[in-house]
Design a protein. Structure first.
Length: 234
């Protein structure tokens, strides 16, 4: 067991809804213990997380947090990972700290790349949303310090096709922004953060997309998503 990381499942709580989320994580803990040799330590506040990271009896740590929890709190993944990174800077170089993210649905490849840029080791298919074998496999792999990006938890790659009726041709960047607006409904600020560009640049690209489709706003653009402009490749 010395070669395995100690798993720290981090879910800070502030209200009753958070407590319900925490209860669900404890259910996950019990299921993992029942069907495998995996044990997770559930932490509900930053103080406990800091204490656990400073625990020298376990040279390897795996910090796990839920992606949907962070999104519900309107937090940026980059911000949270920066906070965790700041914490680990004070940890001895003899201790290894990895980060993993639990997802509740397949996530797109842009988000995958963002997680990798922020040194996330891998993703865990949520035990309540996928068969338990996928979650158990993820925990077993990640606690060994190995990367884990299961295909089942990643959206199929998007493929661009042209709309013959409108003869619309978009640049690669415009297609990225079209996907984020028409398929996910993300605001300009969030799109700029995900693509690492300025918000004004997003507005400029959207303006070009509006002109090409002959629409005036986002609502009308979303309707274009039903024209066949974008489809999933197989």
């Amino acid at each position: 067991m010395e070669n395995f990381s100690k798993i720290l499942y981090f879910c800070p709580t502030n209200d009753n809804k958070d407590n319900l989320e925490l209860d669900s994580i404890f259910q996950v803990k019990f299921i993992l213990a029942e069907y495998s040799d995996i044990n997770i330590n559930v932490l509900s506040n930053w103080r406990d997380l800091i204490d656990s990271l400073n625990d020298r009896t376990h040279p390897k740590k795996l910090v796990v947090f839920r992606l949907d929890y962070l999104q519900r709190k309107n937090m940026l993944i980059d911000e949270v990972l920066m906070m965790l990174s700041s914490l680990t800077k004070f940890i001895s170089g003899e201790i290894r700290v990895d980060i993993a993210v639990v997802v509740w649905q397949p996530i797109n490849r842009e988000l995958i790349e963002n997680l990798k840029r922020n040194q996330v080791l891998g993703i865990i298919p949520g035990l309540r949303f996928w068969d338990k074998k996928y979650s158990i496999e993820a925990y077993k792999t990640l606690r060994q310090g190995l990367p884990h990006w299961p295909v089942i938890a990643i959206e199929p790659e998007l493929k661009r096709v042209n709309v013959k009726k409108k003869n619309v041709r978009l640049t690669d960047r415009e297609h990225e922004i079209f996907n984020l607006v028409a398929r996910r409904g993300l605001p300009n600020k969030k799109i700029a953060q995900m693509l690492h560009i300025k918000e004004d640049t997003v507005k400029q690209h959207l303006g070009n997309i509006f002109k090409k489709y002959g629409v005036r706003n986002r609502t009308q653009l979303v309707l274009c998503n039903n024209t066949g402009t974008i489809k999933l490749s197989h």
